[in-house]
Design a protein around this ligand. Structure first.
Ligand code: ATP
Ligand code: MG
Length: 302
């Protein structure tokens, strides 16, 4: 594949459009395969947990979802689901298998996992962003949503995947390094790709006060220094379970506090997305400082 500069190439994918203010817009035709990247800058903040949980919840709500693990050689999505790792990503790009044969399927939840230390993949020095975008373009019509579980860092490939997506969910934890790294990600997206709108999901939150402080600081900083808007998706509490029990708790439904947090996140997103689709118009910073009326629950920390 020839490689024009990233912005030219993204435009050539006939998906990435901007309105007059430079906000990314869903094209009127985009009613399927709406693409959401889940990113952070910093590692270990909960991107994979969030991506898998939201994908499964969307499917429970009747949507068809393709989750693509873009951590293409350090894949964790199958592990999250307590499933054995696979080399299907390599099988797909080396044309050994068809797309359908490379997916893990549970009803309308389809997962294209990445590999784990695959040497051929490593030695190939592939530009997997181009591959992933080709995969999305070929298959997005079969899905309501395509969710990209992105790797940590600010590689060119991750930036391109973010710029290509209709929505960017930026997962941040309350520590300074996570806040700083997510700012760096948004800064480069703003300067290199003119991306002015991102969504914030604060994970591992210990208290409402902490949540409010960080959201306020981040919204103000991103607004003042980058002239960008940060739409708030909500917060996910810091689970107190042992690390090896977390995934079990994550996928529990019912009255679990974690699950309720995710329900609120999805509700907010659904409202915004429906509104945007019906008006073909992005909701611009509507929730930037809107803390009141938030249905946010945090556990008592002992
Ligand atoms: N809300 C939470 N409360 C407690 N632990 C959490 C929470 N969210 C995620 N974790 C834990 O944090 C760790 C990192 O989670 P996860 O793998 O989802 O992060 P990641 O951002 O995808 O990491 P990487 O950058 O390596 O891809 C895991 O051990 C996970 O169980
Ligand atoms: Mg991950």
């Amino acid at each position: 594949m020839s490689k024009p500069c990233a912005s030219e190439w993204l435009l050539s994918q006939n998906k990435y459009t901007t309105d007059l203010s430079g906000d990314p817009q869903l094209s009127g035709a985009t009613t399927s395969g709406v693409t959401i990247s889940v990113s952070s800058g910093k590692g270990g903040v909960g991107k994979t947990s969030v991506a898998v949980k939201l994908a499964k919840m969307m499917v429970a709500n009747g949507r068809r979802v393709l989750l693509i693990d873009c951590d293409y050689n350090l894949s964790n999505t199958l592990l999250k689901l307590n499933l054995p790792v696979s080399n299907n990503f390599f099988s797909l790009i080396s044309a050994e298998k068809e797309f359908d044969d490379c997916l893990y399927k549970e009803g309308n939840f389809h997962l294209l996992s990445g590999c784990n230390g695959n040497l051929e993949l490593f030695d190939n020095g592939l530009e997997y962003d181009y591959l992933v975008i080709d995969i999305i373009n070929q298959h997005r019509d079969k899905y309501d949503f395509v969710i990209l579980d992105c790797p940590a860092g600010i590689s060119r490939a991750t930036l391109n995947l973010n710029a290509y997506s209709d929505y960017r969910f930026i997962v941040v934890t309350p520590d300074k390094s996570s806040v700083t790294d997510s700012y760096s990600l948004m800064k480069i997206l703003s300067i290199r790709h003119n991306i002015k709108q991102n969504h914030l999901l604060l994970n591992k939150v210990s208290s409402v006060g902490q949540f409010k402080r960080i959201v306020k600081t981040m919204s103000e900083t991103v607004g003042n220094y980058l002239n960008c808007q940060l739409s708030l998706l909500g917060g996910i509490q810091l689970a107190t379970e042992a690390v090896d029990k977390f995934d079990q708790v994550l996928f529990q439904e019912g009255k679990s506090g974690l699950h309720k947090n995710f329900l609120n996140v999805l509700k907010r997103f659904d409202e915004e997305h429906s509104n945007r689709m019906s008006r073909h118009f992005p909701l611009r910073g509507k929730r930037m400082f809107d803390m009141d009326g938030m249905e946010y629950e945090v556990p008592q920390i002992s």
